[in-house]
Design a protein around this ligand. Structure first.
Ligand SMILES: [Zn+2]
Length: 170
């Protein structure tokens, strides 16, 4: 961040106790900490926990995890439940946090969760936001998901950490 988000003045570094050198706006007289978005990414498991939901969006034909931005004032767990419901019509429970990764392309910190769907039905998919949604077996999902993507890294991390994906250790 080179310029103040409030007034546009070029930022200088200034020492802040316990923090070190932090970008500082001399016009506002205030420190400017990094600004970025926060989003959630979901490994949605079937009620039997034997299949994983992957979706395609924006005409790309790539299978990815359900994901979405966290609203200002909303906690991450509420965003998980809301985004899955909005995009797929599924209700999810048993949320578990997995890991996070910063996604530079959209200046977004992605928080990955696992959750369990209450139904296998994909009849209530939001066709405005989702081109296609499909359940894949635990075995097939790592091969069907977009390769070398953040979604794939999250999925492999989950499978390896839960002992469900030993064959995918690299
Ligand atoms: Zn300023």
């Amino acid at each position: 961040m080179k310029y103040c988000i409030e007034c546009g003045t070029r930022l200088k570094e200034k020492y802040l106790e316990d923090e070190g050198m932090i970008p500082y706006c001399e016009t506002c007289g205030d420190f400017r900490f990094p600004v970025f978005s926060t989003a959630v990414s979901m490994i949605v498991l079937s009620p039997e926990r034997d299949r994983i939901l992957l979706i395609q969006q924006y005409g790309t034909g790539n299978n990815v995890l359900v994901a979405g931005y966290i609203n200002c004032g909303e906690n991450a767990e509420a965003a998980v439940i809301r985004e899955v419901a909005e995009e797929t019509g599924l209700n999810v429970t048993s949320l578990q946090y997995n890991k996070s990764e910063y996604f530079k392309k959209s200046n977004t910190l992605m928080l990955n969760y696992t959750c369990i769907a209450d139904s296998n039905s994909l009849d209530r998919i939001n066709t405005k936001e989702v081109d296609k949604a499909q359940w894949f077996s635990i075995k097939d999902a790592p091969e069907k998901i977009m390769q070398n993507s953040l979604a794939q890294r999250f999925l492999l991390n989950y499978l390896n950490n839960t002992g469900r994906g030993e064959q995918y250790q690299k």
